[in-house]
Write a protein that binds this ligand. Structure first.
Ligand SMILES: Cc1ncc(COP(=O)(O)O)c(C=O)c1O
Length: 412
């Protein structure tokens, strides 16, 4: 075992001394070095969907690593080819025939921003470069994704490095039209948004008709829509994609987390052929990363996606999500520090008022339940985010709700 101070050494972030060391995980539980079983009510960071300890994923990854190690991303491998086919044939909307693979959500969103820019350049529209985002939002930790994001705490200190682009309130389509006009429409490249806002907003769901209006406005101004489905993709919201709940199709879809289920690092960018074709026809390209679509990641993702479909986990995310929302509502709606219980599928949020999510999360962890502390820095939309593995059982949901109520009571 590592020494007693190792928890101070493995990141640039201060760690509390009592942070648990996780040695195993099974189903919906994380097991600590001293034998505690922590219920993973957030699927880590909204990542694990099929449950922990699935040895068939580990076997596929091991076999891929035995067969071949590293292969440059421009060369096909059987697992790469099969994964792309599965994504195009079974997951992506019609007309999305190309997939760019990367390692994580930040890399994928950064690439989507580059893809949008390259689309305009390829069409001779060189002035278009601005990317409009929302407040709050989170799109990643690279400089471009921090710039377009609306997570004030995570941007703090980096402001001089971040391009200054317009950011609009998360629920207001008219504000988007106004921002495009104010920015000079001929300079705007894309609008990026999460179908359900996760880390920065505890499962904020935009009003009815928001997405159809957004999509019409962007089409009218020649601005590409990028759906950041890093958290919402692959069934998390009870449908294949978060955008499937509303009547629109984005120009570009970005996803990560659920595609590898937390077993392998993998992310993707896909776009309608109307976006990709001008780039390929112009002979331009969007540079990949060394680890774009590592063969072992593709092998693992193929099993994760197969389990999601074979075991009907998307439908289960819908059913268990409704149940969790109802239970949380019954237990907490009347609480003076609870503003709202909301979300879609198994991406559920509780917005808090007058108490910080981090303190409630610490109390819940002391009671062996891990909940994701959501919020963007300012105390608006601060809340608790729930996204347990989709195999979560009814008893687990009861435990999550009981512990949440006890944690809020302990803080207040
Ligand atoms: C919606 C969204 N986009 C992008 C990211 C960044 O992904 P990663 O941390 O894998 O780089 C996250 C991470 O939480 C996210 O929730």
């Amino acid at each position: 075992m590592p020494g007693p101070h190792a928890h101070d050494r493995f990141s640039f972030t201060a760690q509390p001394p009592d942070v648990p060391t996780i040695v195993r995980a099974e189903g919906v539980e994380l097991i600590t070095s001293d034998g505690r079983r922590i219920l993973d009510a957030a699927g880590g960071a909204v990542v694990n969907n099929i449950g922990h300890g699935r040895t068939e994923v580990a076997d596929a990854v091991a076999a891929a690593m035995r067969d071949l190690g590293y292969v440059v991303p421009i060369w096909p491998t059987p697992n790469r080819l099969e994964l792309i086919d599965v994504l195009v044939d079974r997951w992506l909307p019609d007309g999305f025939d190309h997939v760019f693979l990367a390692g994580g959500g930040s890399e994928a969103n950064d690439s989507a921003i580059r893809l949008a820019r390259m689309y305009h350049v390829a069409r001779g529209d060189e002035r278009r470069h601005k990317v409009i985002g929302r407040m709050p939002s989170y799109h990643g930790a690279t400089l471009a994704t921090l710039a377009v994001g609306g997570h004030e705490a995570r941007r703090s200190g980096y402001e001089p490095l971040l391009a200054e682009y317009p950011r609009v309130p998360w629920y207001d389509a008219d504000a988007l039209a106004g921002a495009i006009e104010a920015a000079d429409p001929s300079t705007v490249s894309a609008f990026i948004a999460e179908p359900v806002i996760g880390a920065s907003g505890a499962a904020l769901v935009a009003p009815t008709d928001y997405w159809t209006s957004v999509s019409e406005i962007c089409r009218e101004y020649g601005v590409l829509t990028i759906a950041d489905e890093v958290m919402t993709g692959f069934g998390r919201t009870g449908r294949r994609w978060g955008h499937d709940h509303d009547d629109w199709t984005p120009d570009v879809i970005v996803s990560a987390k659920g595609v590898g289920g937390g077993y392998v690092p993998l992310s993707l960018v896909s776009a309608g052929n109307h976006v990709v074709d001008p780039i390929t026809e112009s002979g331009r390209n969007v540079m990949f990363f060394t680890y774009s679509g590592h063969d072992a990641s593709c092998a693992g993702a193929l099993v994760v996606l197969d389990i999601l479909q074979r075991e009907g986990l998307i439908e289960r995310a819908h059913v268990q999500g409704e149940r969790l929302r109802r239970l949380l509502d019954d237990a907490l709606a009347a609480h003076s520090h609870v503003v709202e219980v909301r979300g879609r599928g198994l991406m559920v949020g509780v917005e808090l008022d007058g108490i910080a999510s981090a303190t409630v999360v610490a109390e819940a962890l002391a009671r062996d339940v891990w909940i994701y502390p959501a919020g963007s820095g300012p105390a608006v939309n601060d809340g608790l985010l729930y996204a347990p593995p989709m195999v979560v059982g009814d008893d687990d949901l009861d435990r999550i709700v009981d512990v949440t109520a006890a944690a809020i009571d302990a803080v207040t």
